[in-house]
Design a protein around this ligand. Structure first.
Ligand code: DGJ
Length: 772
């Protein structure tokens, strides 16, 4: 039973395959968090609700200056009474009272059916769901806490609904999705992802001390600067394959915050949801406010297991169902090749080249619409530029289709250049404050799609484009963050203006959902100047994301490493571009660039007109090879073998430490463990250093595998899975920026342990003597 309710103790025990999460009601009706960690053998192993009345005379009694309630963990703390830690809910009632008191009212269990089978085979798989209702009885404010259990991934998804069942307005000032509580203690460490444009999802680690550490975005978008994800390991420290890790990710693409709070009582709380900065929401009688979902997980098997659980969860529950089980196609994107200089003829030439190397989807990026010759004009005018495409898009689309590829288009629907027909007609359609400048970034402003009419305009533009043209792919970009977030003339007065932070995100989600419904064949990619809008919220509505504008194949290794902690490779788009790369002027071989980009959903973004016949031939081979192995990369399990980040390697977060952090390697294993690939990269060899043996993971110990690509060309190694894992393989890498794509295949797919014994001698011989 995934949810056990103990009526006598008023306790709920939520259990997945290896994790348990326990809550209970105390004598005063308070809803307490009791436990989150390993699934324990007996129900009576779990803690019971602690009394919250003062226990005078006891050494464990309440601390001076604190309340008894603050000595326990509250499952969904509301700001009211004596409370100083981060609340999930802060509200004020119409009579001016700003004190919220929540007590348990009722609960129920159900199953949510919006999921597909874990095997990958489509079909409904019920997801157990528990709802616990708390209530502020005097004002009839209800808080419904929803918990969904993803048993095989040891994940718990939670969100809250705040319902105004009273007769007066309620003003919400802070309403988070939930607060995770870890076992009381010290010595914890926080892992998170931070960065900036061109350097997204960089891994960061800090020791947690008493106080608060806030991860957040106040930019109106998920942001490049921080990603809504956390992972915490205890004093003993976890590695890639061992140790306890508590982690969570928030599904929200606007202002968010995750507060990691460690109290003097050694409590560790991670509260997260929509950012309360400049936020308020007016809840009229009868209305409900729903928070985004916050998913949390626990594993005793290290960061690698945490990532793999998140990946499978996305592949089977988060990504939109229509394309969830399809492999992502190899795309070509013209941005780095042509920038704004697009034309029918130029794109047709690129399309021919792209088709010749095996590209399946041809995408025109920025510059095809309005008066868009550079970034100063055109955004908002979503009609084809007649000078660049005098015959419209159709002849080009037909050409692309005749070459056997689908056609895709770039748009930036939330934005407008002041130099556009749209802005000249509707200068009031952007967020702004009266009597204040409208600060431009990249010469653009943000359309106020919190307004129904503006949202409808955006939807109609996109719907028309998709209806009139055979477009199978949309790259939805957003190239600035919010400033002056005003809405003069907001429908119900100024107090509603602060709702735009939430309404904008809701509008983006709604437009995407409506477009998906009307155009189910279309694949959507989320982009925001690279990876500025990557989170579980947008991933419910798009099929893939543009990881970073930084296409430097070496920089990408670290961006992609951080990305892999949370998000699955299927959604991680990576292009092979030209060398030297525009970002750092770095020159690396085409083969290295391919290997770096093949670690996710492969794209090509270089100027193919400039590639030599030899380069085109190599590209053709690499694209063909990618097609052979992409099912392993996109739908298999990912193992980080050696970290590209020096700090990580030195700390030994990966189980093997590379020589001078010069080598990094990532392995992907098919779910049935019959196939695997490894991408290995050498930064710079020094002092004639020997390369370390690469110990593989995730293989069937009993199976015999054939390994190609590790040694000198043509060498085939045959070893058991056990040997590959415990002894590893030697890889030949040398010089600067060298790379290898190693392929591992079960030599005898029907192999059993009996067969392994029979073929033991044979394998030994094929391997050439010592089998290594
Ligand atoms: C930012 C994106 O990240 C790029 O890939 C490209 O689409 C440009 N915008 C176009 O303006």
């Amino acid at each position: 039973m995934p949810v056990t309710y103990l009526d006598d103790r008023k306790m709920w025990i939520l259990e997945t395959e290896r994790m348990a999460y326990v809550m209970g009601v105390d004598g005063q009706g308070g809803f307490q968090h009791l436990y989150w960690g390993d699934r324990l053998p007996r129900v009576s192993d779990y803690p019971v609700p602690a009394p919250t009345h003062a226990r005078a005379g006891s050494l464990n009694s309440c601390h001076p200056f604190e309340s008894p309630r603050s000595m326990v963990y509250e499952e969904y703390p509301a700001w009211g009474g004596i409370k100083y830690t981060e609340p999930c809910l802060k509200a004020s009632y119409s009579d001016g009272v700003r004190d919220v008191v929540l007590v348990y009212e009722t609960h129920w269990q159900a199953t949510a059916a919006n999921a597909t089978a874990a095997s990958g085979a489509p079909g409904p798989k019920p997801i157990p769901e528990l709802t616990v209702v708390l209530k502020d009885p005097y004002y009839n404010l209800r808080v419904k806490l929803h918990y969904r259990l993803y048993e095989e991934f040891d994940l718990l998804e939670r969100y809250a609904e705040i319902e105004n069942a009273g007769s007066g307005d309620v003003s919400l000032e802070q309403v988070l999705s939930g607060a995770w509580a870890l076992p009381r203690g010290t010595g914890y460490r926080l892992t998170y992802l931070a960065g900036h444009w061109g350097a997204e999802t960089q891994l960061r680690r800090i020791d947690i001390q008493q106080g608060k550490f806030v991860l957040e975005s106040r930019r109106g978008f998920t942001s490049h600067q921080a990603n809504p994800w956390f992972a915490i390991d205890p004093r003993e420290r976890a590695g890639e394959e061992h140790g306890q890790v508590w982690y969570g990710a928030l599904g929200w693409s606007g202002n968010w915050k995750i507060v990691v709070e460690h109290t003097f009582l050694q409590q560790l709380i991670v509260a997260g949801g929509i950012n309360d900065f400049d936020f308020s929401w007016l809840l009229e009688p009868g209305e409900v406010f729903t928070t985004p979902a916050f998913v949390g997980g626990y594993t005793a098997n290290g960061f690698g297991a945490a990532s793999r659980n998140m990946h499978r969860f996305q592949l089977e529950h988060i990504l939109p169902e229509s394309h969830r089980h399809e492999l992502r196609r190899v795309l070509y994107n013209s941005w780095e090749a042509t920038k704004f200089d697009v034309s029918e003829e130029g794109q047709a030439r690129l399309a021919e080249k792209a088709a010749s190397i095996g590209v399946e989807l041809f995408v025109i990026d920025d510059g095809w619409f309005g008066a868009r010759n550079d970034d100063t004009a055109g955004l908002g005018d979503w009609y084809v530029n007649q000078e660049k495409f005098p015959r419209g898009l159709k002849p080009l689309i037909d050409k692309v289709n005749s070459l056997g590829m689908d056609f895709g288009l770039w748009v930036e629907p939330e934005m407008v250049n002041p130099n556009s027909d749209l802005y000249r007609a509707h200068p009031d359609w952007v967020y702004h404050f009266s009597n204040r400048p409208r600060s431009e970034q990249r010469n653009q402003l943000i359309l106020n799609i919190s307004r129904e009419d503006v949202k409808e305009y955006v939807f109609q533009c996109l719907d028309r484009l998709l209806t009139e043209n055979n477009i199978k792919f949309v790259k939805w970009d957003a190239n600035r963050h919010f400033s002056e977030p005003g809405w003069p003339g907001a429908p119900v007065g100024r107090e509603r203006e602060r709702e735009i932070w939430v309404r904008h995100v809701q509008a983006v989600y709604e437009v995407l959902e409506r477009l998906r419904q009307r155009h189910p064949d279309v694949i959507f990619e989320s982009c925001s100047g690279g990876g500025g809008r990557v989170d579980l919220g947008i991933l419910r509505r798009v099929d893939q994301v543009w990881t970073s504008d930084n296409t430097d194949a070496f920089d990408r290794l670290r961006i992609q490493e951080g990305f892999s902690y949370v998000y699955c490779p299927k959604v991680m788009v990576a292009w092979v571009t030209d060398s030297p790369n525009f970002m750092n002027g770095r020159k690396v071989s085409l083969s290295y660039r391919f290997h770096s980009a093949m670690m996710g959903s492969l794209g090509i973004g270089g100027d193919l007109n400039e590639w030599s016949p030899e380069e085109m031939e190599l590209a053709r081979q690499k694209v063909a090879e990618y097609k052979e192995i992409r099912h392993i990369i996109q739908e298999g399990e990912l193992y980080r073998l050696l970290s590209p980040s020096e700090e990580e390697a030195i700390r030994g977060a990966c189980t093997s430490v590379s020589a001078g952090a010069s080598i990094s390697a990532v392995q992907y294993v098919s779910l049935d463990r019959s196939e695997s690939v490894v991408f290995a990269f050498l930064h710079s060899q020094q002092f004639r250093a020997q390369m370390p043996r690469l110990k593989l993971r995730g293989l069937d110990p009993e199976a015999v595998y054939e390994v190609t690509g590790a040694g000198i060309e043509g060498t085939v190694i045959r070893l058991s899975g056990k040997a590959l894992v415990s002894l590893g393989i030697e890889i030949v890498l040398g010089g600067d920026f060298d790379s290898r794509l190693i392929r591992i295949k079960n030599a005898h797919p029907l192999c059993s342990s009996i067969f392994l014994k029979v073929c033991r001698q044979e394998c030994y011989q094929v391997a050439g003597g010592d089998g290594r």
